[in-house]
Design a protein around this ligand. Structure first.
Ligand SMILES: Nc1ncnc2c1ncn2[C@@H]1O[C@H](COP(=O)(O)OP(=O)(O)OP(=O)(O)O)[C@@H](O)[C@H]1O
Ligand SMILES: [Mg+2]
Length: 377
């Protein structure tokens, strides 16, 4: 470790000599200044570890020098000991107000000087250690963030690149399915299931990409006039085969006729798809899923609800399921969870980007869920 540097400030040569002589018994690097200006200049150029500061000096007095040192962010941690012949209470108060850390009276007692200097230097060392650790931590944090960013970029690229082969696979399956009559019922069912899986995977890829874009504030809803009935019909046709396979009764009601709505068709349609795909996944065979679209008034808001007869959710999960990668273990209920727990995170971000909200209601375990989306018009 380097020798601690102590700056002695006094306008009288004799006092400087005396203090330096006393301190020379210890292993310190000693510096001196003859007035306030010189002291401030030295402190700014070469931060000492402690300052012994005379109070009465021509020009800038000790109080002012101390105040300036304590005002600067850079030098405020340097301990300042006021060396004063003035014993009066008033001077001590002024020194305290100026930010001094300690006092020592003239004539200076050597033992007292050693004790004060040692204890303040120890505190200064702790502070320096803390500062160094903090800055090392900050560096490590910055490095980790860089790595995290690089990793995210790579993941983003991989996810993005998965899309093209996936689209090719689903197109081929769709083409094959156009000639259904050439295949057995079982074969058609397998092909249909593969197509549904491709659809799920695609939905998940899109969710991940969009979550990333929304986190970077790069995705803004593109509002366009949307026909809700048409949108729902299209979504239902995507999920019909899966519902059939699980003997789930799937329906969607329009409580009132809904006029064309201004919203991002793609985003909201994927929100509804995610809710339906969850409902089908988590509802046991033979269950029932009922969707509804409603308007509170002419001016909205628009309310979309997807209600199922699945395992339901305990209240402690009602908020958490919207967090990224959050999945509730359903092993007991014998239900396999989805792929990665990003579907509802995407839904929340997409709905909130429309100024709306999404929430779940459930009577608890075994009582089914109702996922509600409210979008202001
Ligand atoms: N209808 C539902 N009934 C019961 N639990 C549900 C329902 N929908 C979602 N959950 C719970 O919320 C969790 C989060 O849902 P989310 O859609 O975000 O992820 P996931 O379906 O598991 O995976 P992903 O959507 O990424 O394929 C699910 O893992 C499940 O535990
Ligand atoms: Mg999901």
């Amino acid at each position: 470790m380097n020798k601690p540097a102590i700056l002695v400030v006094d306008d009288e040569e004799r006092n400087i000599k005396l203090l330096k002589a006393m301190l020379s018994l210890e292993n310190y690097e000693l510096k001196e200044a003859r007035n306030g200006e010189e002291a401030l200049d030295l402190v700014a150029r070469n931060e000492p570890d402690l300052i012994l500061l005379d109070v009465m000096m021509p020009g800038l007095d000790g109080f002012e020098v101390c105040r300036r040192i304590k005002q600067s962010e850079k030098t405020r941690v340097i301990p300042v000991v006021m060396v004063t012949a003035l014993r009066e209470r008033e001077h001590r108060i002024r020194a305290l107000e100026a930010g001094a850390d300690d006092f020592i009276s003239k004539p200076v007692d050597q033992t007292e000087l050693f004790l004060r200097v040692k204890s303040l230097l120890r505190i200064k060392t702790y502070h320096d250690d803390l500062k160094r650790n903090y800055s090392e931590l900050a560096d490590m944090h910055a490095q980790l963030r860089e790595l995290e960013k690089a990793k995210e970029g790579l993941t983003h690229m991989v996810i993005h690149d998965l899309n093209s082969p996936l689209m090719a696979i689903s197109s081929v399956i769709q083409l094959v399915l156009m000639e259904k009559e050439n295949f057995s019922e079982k074969q058609v069912r397998f092909l249909q299931t593969s197509l549904d899986q491709c659809h799920d995977l695609n939905q998940q890829i899109q969710s991940l990409l969009d979550i990333h874009r929304m986190e970077e504030a790069k995705l803004k809803p593109q509002r366009e006039e949307t026909d809700m009935a048409g949108m729902v019909k299209e979504i239902l046709s995507q999920f019909a085969s899966r519902a059939l396979l699980k003997r789930i009764d799937l329906s969607f009601d329009f409580i009132k006729p809904v006029p064309p709505v201004q919203m991002d068709h793609d985003l909201i349609s994927r929100v509804v798809s995610n809710l339906l795909s969850n409902a089908i996944r988590y509802t046991p065979a033979g269950g029932r899923i009922q969707g509804s679209v409603d308007y509170l008034s002419e001016k909205g808001p628009l309310l979309i609800c997807v209600r199922d007869t699945g395992p339901g959710l305990e209240p402690q999960y009602h908020e958490r399921i919207f967090n990224k990668f959050e999945q509730v273990s359903m092993k007991k209920a014998g239900v396999t969870v989805g792929m990665s727990g990003v579907g509802l995170t995407f839904c929340k971000m997409a709905v909130e980007a429309h100024g709306g909200r999404i929430w779940v209601e459930s009577g608890g375990q075994g009582k089914g869920c109702a996922f509600n989306v409210e979008i202001p018009m």
